[in-house]
Design a protein around this ligand. Structure first.
Ligand code: DGJ
Length: 522
């Protein structure tokens, strides 16, 4: 049975082998997957970190080095490597665009500006990105991607591949829009009626940042009249989404498994398009992407910013868009972000970027070049943190999937405040980070899962909890038990019983799992 996304009202499940699956991911560096030999040293480490899924690029330029001649050997070796290490695989299709640039198109595409025109800046400068108005590139990207999907369908009999990312961080940098003559002509036309009708119907539900600029009464007018300051970005979003949507649809016709795109988001509110990629699937462009690329199952977010909670909120605003984070921070924020995303937003996937570096900054494996262009590891060994967090999440994965969308799962994330209040069914849980601040090497965070009326799981690190009964609940309570332990095949297995000096539940400085049972009385 092939994987798919099951969307229910208010939640979604990534179905793998007919069952909900929690993707505990990790994305390898851009270049690692271009060499099976290089990957050899990496596979066992991924397994050892407790991942169940690896996200790894596949490259159009290496799959179709000569036009019409396809070589799937790298893809085969990735699937084989994942399979033999007990991992699932989500390939990342580095096709026309990767971080907006066309660095991974085959050389016969890269060098032929006449057949595969580049985007132009307002001054006529040739930009390093194929134009989203290049119908020929779109046709051939879609053909290659369809070939990839057909190959996976034919060869991946045991379902190692559970989904695929289409392109990587699309949009246009350094220019608010493409100024090719055909782009100028399209920009001078009224907003296409299909988009205008779609946005009119969604009035009241649109992404807040889009709604602030959109003038719904002007949707029959020009892009400028309808979208004001966001005109260029909205225009680029529509045309980029149509391109990527066509590539995804061609792939789906061959093998219909979950497909998503990832966004390089707006870094500072109000920053002009072109500073962040113009037309990529940022949260403010979600409604336009949904209209123009219906084949996509999810519009995912690469989340590196410290305003993580806000970003999760923004990327789940669009109804039916599950939270998928193909790139997250691999550093000391890992634990807090991962728990928070899964618990508070029912995230289907969390995946720190550059995963193979974890634990190897000081001592790279023989022959490996550690890529430190991305410095969020801050020179720390995060492997124990990743391993500890993923082992707890793996033991809870069934419960997490079952509780998505029920309101019984709550994320905890240390922000600027030293406390957080979580509203449970019968209690308020007052979370305090204060006692840990000096002792913590990592930001505090975690989750609370309500198993039953007086029965809670507390996971994470760096916080203590005080329960306060809600007005309608018996006003007094005592702890029946506080235990440290784990879930094994759906059964709680106690390690330590903590009913002495502990007095109330405390999550230590490293990832832990507690079960807390209360009884209330009048
Ligand atoms: C985001 C991109 O999507 C990744 O491929 C990689 O380039 C990282 N940025 C590096 O920080």
């Amino acid at each position: 049975m092939q994987p798919y996304l099951k969307k229910e009202s208010g939640s979604a499940q990534w179905m793998v082998e007919g069952k909900p699956f929690l993707v505990l991911g990790g994305e390898v560096h851009n270049s690692s997957a271009s060499s099976p030999e290089y990957m050899e040293a990496i596979w066992p480490r991924l397994r050892d970190l407790g991942l169940n899924t690896v996200l790894a690029p596949i490259y159009w330029e290496l799959i179709e080095p000569e036009e019409g001649i396809f070589d799937f050997s790298l893809l085969d070796s990735l699937i084989g490597g994942a399979r033999s290490h007990g991992l699932h695989l989500i390939p990342l299709w580095f096709g026309t665009w990767k971080n907006t640039l066309s660095h991974y198109v085959p050389e016969w595409v890269k060098t032929d500006f006449a057949r595969f025109p580049r985007a132009l800046s307002a001054e006529g400068r040739i930009l390093p990105s194929v134009s989203c108005f290049s119908g020929e590139c779109r046709r051939l990207d879609a053909r290659a991607f369809a070939g990839v999907m057909a190959h996976i369908r034919e060869t991946d009999r045991d379902g190692t591949v559970i989904g695929i990312q289409v392109e990587n961080e699309t949009g246009l940098l350094d220019s608010p829009r493409d100024y090719r003559p055909e782009a100028n002509e399209a920009f001078a036309c009224p907003v296409p009626e299909e988009l205008a009708a779609f946005l009119r119907a969604r009035r009241g539900h649109l992404a807040p940042d889009l709604a602030r600029h959109l003038r719904p009464e002007s949707l029959s007018g020009s892009w400028r009249e309808a979208f004001g300051l966001l005109a260029e970005e909205a225009f680029m979003a529509y045309h980029t989404a149509r391109y990527v949507g066509a590539v995804a649809a061609a792939g789906k016709r061959e093998y219909d498994i979950p497909m998503f795109v990832n966004a390089w988001g707006v870094q500072c509110p109000g920053e002009p398009a072109g500073i962040h990629p113009s037309g990529g699937p940022t949260a403010q462009m979600h409604d336009i992407w949904r209209c123009a690329a219906p084949a996509l199952d999810a519009l995912a977010a690469d989340l590196y910013l410290e305003k993580f909670a806000e970003e999760c909120e923004a990327y789940t605003h669009l109804e039916g868009n599950p939270l998928v984070i193909p790139e997250g921070r691999p550093d000391r924020w890992f634990m807090a972000h991962a728990f928070y995303a899964y618990a508070e937003h029912g995230a289907l996937c969390y995946s720190p970027f550059g995963i193979e570096d974890a634990g190897h900054l000081q001592s790279p494996p023989p022959g490996a070049v550690v890529q430190s262009i991305f410095q969020t590891f801050e020179g720390r060994d995060t492997s124990a943190l990743i391993r500890g967090t993923y082992s707890i999440l793996a033991s809870l994965s069934e419960l997490i999937c079952q509780n998505r969308g029920t309101g019984k799962m709550h994320g905890i994330l240390q922000g600027r405040l030293m406390s957080q209040t979580v509203e449970l069914t019968n209690y308020y849980a007052h979370i305090s980070f204060a006692n840990f601040v000096d002792r913590m090497e990592i930001p505090a965070g975690g989750m609370i899962l309500e198993l039953a009326e007086n029965d809670f799981l507390l996971a994470g690190a760096g916080y203590s909890v005080r329960f306060v009964p809600k007005p309608e609940t018996p006003p007094h309570f005592e702890y029946l038990s506080i235990e440290e332990g784990t879930f094994v095949q759906g059964r709680w297995v106690r390690r330590r019983r903590l009913n002495g000096d502990e007095l109330h539940p405390v999550l230590p400085a490293e990832p832990a799992l507690l079960r807390v049972r209360l009884f209330g009385y009048r």
